[in-house]
Write a protein that binds this ligand. Structure first.
Ligand code: ATP
Length: 202
């Protein structure tokens, strides 16, 4: 199984790209989805978060108050490391479990990890595919999609790997600066390429 690590900054278009790969038949494993599932009520990771950060991280229904936790982790580097120590090993283990359960007939799979480079998780993938977009497009798309302010979008961009660092780590790049048709064309070309690479490796 050829594993393609898909990454990119906020609003770059990762989810849009992942969805299109999926329509072409590629299995998609999404680290953010796994992270969310791992902190559902009853999960050991949620208990570990409450033990470390306190019960005020839960809302009235006993679910994780993600905004509150994010704010705490975002503003305190040592708290962020503590949160990562709880979540990262569990997310990695679940990613590996899901990869192992895929049918080899799929050829390749997409592993979507927004912070692939920042977390140093390139080792999970055979190739790194970066969705690259101009900073202004990232801001506009994030503001429009999430209803956040321009300053909030800029703060997230500043907390992530910069564009050049990400591009240096890339084996393949999708340039998402045009319309959706231009995006899909690039994805379809890569789909053919990855299928071919998977055959050559088999
Ligand atoms: P995040 O890291 O914040 O989850 P993302 O990288 O997954 O973001 P998407 O959610 O795929 O980004 O895209 C952000 C928004 O921009 C979405 O509303 C999406 O529909 C839109 N978008 C992405 N690419 C294009 C494009 N080429 N043309 C128009 N809209 C686009």
């Amino acid at each position: 199984m050829l594993i393609i690590g898909l990454t990119g900054g906020i609003g770059s278009g990762k989810s849009t790209v992942a969805r299109h790969f999926e329509t072409l038949g590629a299995p998609v494993i999404d680290a953010d989805d796994i992270g969310r599932e791992l902190v559902a009520p009853g999960q050991p990771a949620l208990a570990a978060i409450v033990e470390h950060f306190g019960a005020d991280m839960l809302d009235d229904s006993g679910r994780l108050d993600r905004a509150r936790l994010r704010e705490r982790a975002f503003t305190h580097p040592e708290q962020r490391r503590a949160l990562e120590a709880i979540l990262h090993p569990r997310i990695r283990a679940e990613i590996q479990r899901r990869i192992a359960s895929l049918s080899p007939a799929c050829g390749y799979c997409i592993l979507s990890v927004p912070l692939l480079i920042e977390s140093g998780w390139q080792d999970l993938a055979d190739r790194v595919l970066v969705v690259d977009a101009p900073r202004e497009a990232q801001i506009q798309r994030t503001v429009r999609r999430d209803g956040v302010t321009r300053q909030q979008a800029e703060a997230v961009i500043a907390s992530q790997a910069d564009r050049h660092t990400r591009l240096r780590a890339a084996d393949d790049v999708i340039h998402n600066e045009g319309d959706l048709a231009a995006l899909q064309e690039q994805i379809e070309a890569l789909h053919q390429r990855y299928r071919q690479l998977a055959v050559e490796r088999a």
